[in-house]
Design a protein. Structure first.
Length: 328
C-alpha cells in the first residue's frame, strides 16, 4: 500500500514539475509534411547508411576490450574527419591498464572558445549498436563533411568518444569525462556541447513512445516520430537554439529539467559537461523509451530511418553554424 501511495505521489510530482517547472516545446513539421531529402543535402541519407553499416557490421562487436574492432572504428572515423579538412588528433587515455582513444577534429575559429559535438563509438557488449551509437557517429562524420571549408567565429570541435557504455559509464574513464577534464585543465572555454545519442530510430505507430514517469504521456506525443533535445537548467538557452534550428525539419520536443534521479536525463556523454557546469544538451530519439532494440542484437542498420536521421543531422548543422557564428 505504501509503495502504491509513494508511486502515485511521485507521478503527481513529476507531472506537476513537468507542466509548471520545466521548459517544454513541441513543434510540428511545416505544412505539407517532412522536408524532402534533397532539401536536407543530396546523398546524405546514403552517406549515413554507409557509415552506420560499416560501424555496425564491419566493426562488430566494438565494446571496451575488443581492441581490433575498436581500432578499425577509430581509423575509419579519423580518416573520414580528416577528409573534411579539420585538424584531426587522437586523445589517448588509460583505463584498467588498457589504452582507449577519443578522435577529435577541430575547425579553428577566430575565438578559441568551442562549440563541441560529440558521439560515442563503443557498444554495449556484443550488440551491433546501429542506433546505439553508430547513428550518432554517422551524424558526426556527416557534420564533418558539411563543415568543410567553414570559417567560424568560435572554434568547432567534432569528437568521437570511447567508453560511454558499461563497464565505464558514470566513471572517470568515460572518454567524455577525459575530454571535459582536458578542456578544464587547459582552460579552453566551452560555449556549447551537443551530444548525439541515438538519432536514427523513429516510429509513426500509436503508443510507440514511452516516458520515464507516469503521466508524461498526457503532455508529450504518443508516437515516436520526433527528436528530443534534453538539457538541465544551465542549458536552457542552448536547448532553445538547437530546437529552433531543428523544428522546421521534423517534430521536436525540448525538455529542460533539474537533474532528477530516475528521469534518465544524464544517460550519455553530456553528463560530464554538466559536471563542469558547462552548457550541454543531448539530441536523441529517446533510446529505450522508443527503440525496442536498445542493447539487443536486433539493433541493426536495417531498423533505422535514414530520411529522418538526415533531417536531424541537417538541423544540428544549422544549430552549430548559428552557435559558432555568435560571438556572445
Amino acid at each position: 500500500m505504501k509503495l502504491r501511495v509513494y508511486l502515485s505521489l511521485f507521478s503527481a510530482l513529476a507531472v506537476l514539475t513537468i507542466s509548471t517547472g520545466c521548459l517544454i516545446s513541441h513543434s510540428t513539421t511545416p505544412a505539407g509534411g517532412s522536408t524532402p531529402a534533397a532539401a536536407v543535402r543530396p546523398g546524405l541519407e546514403q552517406e549515413l547508411k554507409k557509415d552506420v553499416r560499416y560501424l555496425a557490421k564491419d566493426c562488430h562487436p566494438r565494446p571496451a576490450g575488443y581492441e581490433k574492432n575498436q581500432a578499425k572504428a577509430v581509423a575509419y572515423i579519423a580518416r573520414s574527419l580528416a577528409e573534411s579538412g579539420a585538424t584531426v588528433t587522437y586523445q589517448p587515455f588509460t583505463a584498467d591498464k588498457r589504452t582507449f582513444v577519443n578522435v577529435s577534429a577541430v575547425f579553428p575559429g577566430k575565438s578559441a572558445k568551442r562549440v563541441i559535438i560529440g558521439a560515442h563509438y563503443d557498444t554495449c557488449g556484443d550488440t551491433p549498436g546501429a542506433d546505439d551509437n553508430a547513428s550518432g557517429v554517422a551524424g558526426l562524420l556527416a557534420l564533418g563533411r558539411m563543415l568543410k571549408g567553414v570559417s567560424p567565429h568560435c572554434t568547432i570541435e567534432l569528437i568521437a568518444y570511447a567508453n560511454e557504455e558499461p563497464p565505464y559509464f558514470a566513471t572517470e574513464h568515460m572518454g567524455s569525462a577525459q575530454h571535459a577534464q582536458k578542456l578544464y585543465t587547459e582552460q579552453i572555454g566551452v560555449k556549447a556541447m551537443i551530444c548525439l545519442e541515438m538519432i536514427g530510430y523513429f516510429s509513426d505507430r500509436e503508443d510507440s513512445q514511452t516516458y520515464p514517469a507516469a503521466g508524461m504521456g498526457t503532455l508529450y506525443p504518443d508516437k515516436g516520430n520526433f527528436i528530443a533535445i534534453v538539457g538541465n537548467w544551465n542549458s536552457v538557452k542552448l536547448a532553445r537554439t538547437v530546437q529552433k534550428n531543428m523544428q522546421p525539419l521534423l517534430p521536436t520536443v525540448r525538455l529542460n529539467l533539474p537533474e532528477i534521479k530516475g528521469m534518465c536525463m544524464d544517460f550519455s556523454d553530456h553528463r560530464n559537461f554538466w559536471a563542469k557546469d558547462l552548457p550541454a544538451v543531448m539530441v536523441t530519439d529517446t533510446s529505450f523509451f522508443r527503440n525496442p532494440n536498445y542493447h539487443q542484437k536486433g539493433d541493426l542498420p536495417e531498423t533505422l530511418d535514414y530520411r529522418r536521421m538526415a533531417q536531424v543531422v541537417r538541423g544540428v548543422y544549422q544549430a552549430v553554424l548559428h552557435l559558432a557564428a555568435d560571438s556572445k
